[in-house]
Design a protein around this ligand. Structure first.
Ligand code: C2E
Ligand code: MG
Ligand code: MG
Length: 667
């Protein structure tokens, strides 16, 4: 600029001088014409001289300016060189940083084209730098269309417009030269002063894979790969919401439980059990539509969500089809195994707001299906709902009953059939309900078992029964010491400190262990055989006696009996009550049980003896022990106290005679 100005000034001066010179010449010519010739010539010479002097002076000045200009130019060039070197150094510095960021990095132009890419980007994308730089738009690498749109349409322009220079992060799918998709985290930052963005890209595929695995594990069952309860509940929640939004949307839930799966597991082993569960899941899954979901809730329990069904009948048709398919055995490692299942169905799902309530009711319906027998299904209805409410009420009442000590033990004598004298007692619980009066165990024990309340209740029964046995044993003289039979549910058996509890109660009352008999029902024993048998063995080793209650109603095979650590079989009252019917089938069964028990060295107690005829049939079979209304109903403690006092009195007055319980009670 400076140089330009100086040359303009010089040019202007030269023009002025030329102008002056020209006017001089013109003037001279004027005068030549008008004045005398000599004077004119003189003046002309002087003017020419003056003009040339002026021109010379001006030329000198111009030369001086030129020299100054040259000097300025040189220093300017130096400066430019210096700056260029500086710039080159700085660019080299930034390029080195750009190249060595350790992450794939690109510079994106305003028109979305990648102007610069580092070698990590080449590694990530599979393209050479020169294939990418100034050729490819960065969006080419984004797999997902929506992401691509979002980022080109919103992110970059918005980023540019905002004065906020903070980097922005985005997770999306990257697609490389070989069409391999990768999960990436892109961090965009505006480069201040120019319309460019720098984006660094981290490959987070491994992280995402780990995340996916963790998610999968959290929401799926490891054995079958099916959704678990948590995921199913999410699906169910969505279905409830959809049902509320759309009038024409119906869904149904089926709760499935394999019948006697425990038996399969216990007898054939867990490995076979696991294989069966997988095969079972696959067979059910194959019969469902893609939109339905099947989940495993644990153990042998599965739940189906039938989505968007046209009408409620569809669920019933599916249930029938599934049950039909389960009639075909599974081939597990070469053996044929049948796995029929009981189903509980909830059809009227529109009335529910909470998924857990649907599951609760489907489960309740499934239990009812099981009660009806195997391979059945039951649809949850109003009566079941009322039953469910009743159960809930019993549970609440039971909690109060424990706190208020509302339980009482009744005792039923167990007698020797030939003498009709008491050889022991069975403790039977009763509940003095403040509103309902005396409540029998059949109406609440199952609730106590399901809710775990059987533990405190059972503890109380054991304590009370031991105290009462201690009181009565000194009062009745019998050949053998009296015993106390206490009913124990499988839940109690599975408690590890049951032995300590028993020991404590026996010690407190000075009773040896063999005076206590623990009764476990055959069904409970077989259901959990795998777990209960070792525990029974421990109790037996400790010295208490084990009784199988309600024998004949469970599924234990006779050959299995031999291996069980037991002392007594109690023949279920259903056999005794029909022992004298016309066909004599029950008579044969009882006879077989009695003789088998004797062969195995076990005691047999006949339960529910009500008539003299039953008594005599049993005596003929050499069944030695019995209990039943014929001899005595279960008696409350006070009445049992009175009966025992009577026996004591009789024995004192008639030391040589034997008492008969029948006589005692008829007095
Ligand atoms: P169970 O152990 O089989 O008890 C025998 C049941 O038969 C008792 O019913 C008894 O009253 C009844 N019974 C006795 N003799 C006769 C008879 O001649 N005819 C008829 N029809 N019935 C007779 P209860 O007391 O109602 O007990 C029912 C069941 O409740 C018991 O069956 C037992 O399994 C359970 N239970 C009772 N007390 C307890 C307890 O303290 N704990 C546990 N876990 N279960 C108990
Ligand atoms: Mg019993
Ligand atoms: Mg029984």
């Amino acid at each position: 600029m400076e140089q330009k100005n100086i040359s303009i000034i010089i040019d202007e001066c030269a023009l002025i001088i030329i102008g002056i010179g020209a006017s001089g010449i013109y003037y001279i010519f004027e005068k030549i014409i008008s004045a005398s010739q000599n004077l004119t010539i003189l003046i002309t010479v002087v003017v020419i001289l003056l003009t040339s002097i002026c021109t010379q002076i001006l030329l000198n000045n111009i030369n001086r300016s030129k020299a100054a200009l040259k000097e300025a130019n040189i220093s300017l060039e130096d400066k430019v060189k210096e700056r260029t070197v500086e710039l080159q150094e700085s660019e080299a510095k930034y390029r080195t940083i750009f190249e060595n960021t350790g992450t794939a990095t690109i510079i994106i132009d305003e028109d979305m084209i990648i102007s610069l890419a580092n070698s990590e980007f080449s590694d990530l994308s599979g393209y050479e730098k020169d294939e990418v730089e100034n050729r490819m738009p960065w969006t080419k690498f984004i797999n997902d269309k929506t992401h691509r749109k979002l980022m080109t349409g919103k992110l970059l322009p918005a980023h540019k417009e905002s004065s906020n220079l903070l980097a922005k992060n985005f997770e999306c799918k990257f697609i490389d030269k070989n069409n391999i998709k990768k999960d990436i985290l892109m961090t965009f930052a505006m480069i201040p002063g120019i319309d460019k963005n720098v984006a660094s890209i981290a490959d987070i595929s491994e992280l995402k894979e780990a995340e996916r695995q963790i998610y999968h594990q959290a929401f799926h069952d490891t054995l079958t790969g099916l959704p678990n309860r948590a995921l199913f509940m999410e699906h169910l929640t969505m279905a409830i919401k959809r049902g509320k939004r759309r009038e024409d949307y119906f869904f149904a839930v089926i709760y499935l439980d394999i019948d006697r799966f425990k038996l399969i597991n216990d007898s054939l082993g867990h490995n076979v059990g696991d294989k069966l569960l997988v095969a079972f899941a696959n067979r059910i899954q194959d019969l469902l539509r893609d939109i339905d979901s099947l989940a495993r809730f644990g153990g042998d329990e599965f739940v189906i969500l039938l989505e968007d069904i046209e009408d409620k009948n569809y669920a019933v048709i599916i249930a029938e089809r599934l049950q039909q398919s389960l009639k075909v055995p599974f081939d597990i490692s070469g053996s044929e195994i049948y796995a029929p299942a009981s189903f509980g169905i909830v059809l009227n799902t529109k009335v529910y707001d909470r998924p857990e309530n649907i599951i609760r009711d489907a489960d309740a319906a499934m239990y009812h299906a099981k009660e009806k027998g195997r391979s059945q299904f039951k649809i949850f209805d109003k009566t079941l709902h009322e039953k469910a409410l009743k159960l809930l009420q019993i549970e609440t009442d039971l909690r109060r009953a424990i706190a208020n000590n509302e339980f009482e033990l009744y005792y039923q004598p167990i007698v020797s059939l030939d003498t009709i004298s008491i050889i022991g007692f069975e403790a039977l619980i009763r509940w003095n309900h403040p509103e309902q009066g005396l409540v029998f165990p059949d109406s609440f024990i199952h609730v106590a078992e399901e809710t775990g309340l059987i533990i405190p209740i059972g503890r109380w029964v054991l304590k009370q029964a031991c105290i009462d046995l201690r009181r009565w044993e000194g009062q009745i003289k019998s050949k053998l010491p009296l015993f106390m039979s206490v009913n124990i549910s499988s839940k109690q058996f599975l408690r590890p400190n049951l032995i300590d509890e028993i020991k404590e109660n026996l010690d407190k009352n000075g009773l040896p262990p063999d005076r206590l008999k623990l009764e476990i029902t055959e069904t409970a024993l077989m259901e959990d055989a795998h777990e209960t048998i070792p525990l029974i063995q421990r109790l037996k080793d400790f010295g208490v006696q084990i009784v199988i209650d309600d024998f004949g109603t469970g599924y234990s095979s006779m050959s299995y009996l031999q291996q069980l650590p037991i002392d007594t079989l109690k023949v279920d009252q259903s056999f005794i009550s029909r022992i004298n019917n016309a066909h004599g089938e029950n008579k044969n069964i009882v006879e077989t049980i009695v003789s088998l028990a004797h062969k195995l060295g076990l005691n047999v107690v006949a339960e529910g003896v009500e008539t003299a005829e039953q008594h005599s049939i049993l005596s003929n079979m050499k069944c030695q022990l019995a209990q039943g209304f014929l001899f005595s109903k279960p008696l409350e403690k006070k009445k049992m106290d009175a009966l025992i006092k009577k026996i004591e009195k009789f024995s004192k007055m008639n030391p040589d005679k034997r008492y008969s319980l029948k006589g005692m009670l008829s007095d």
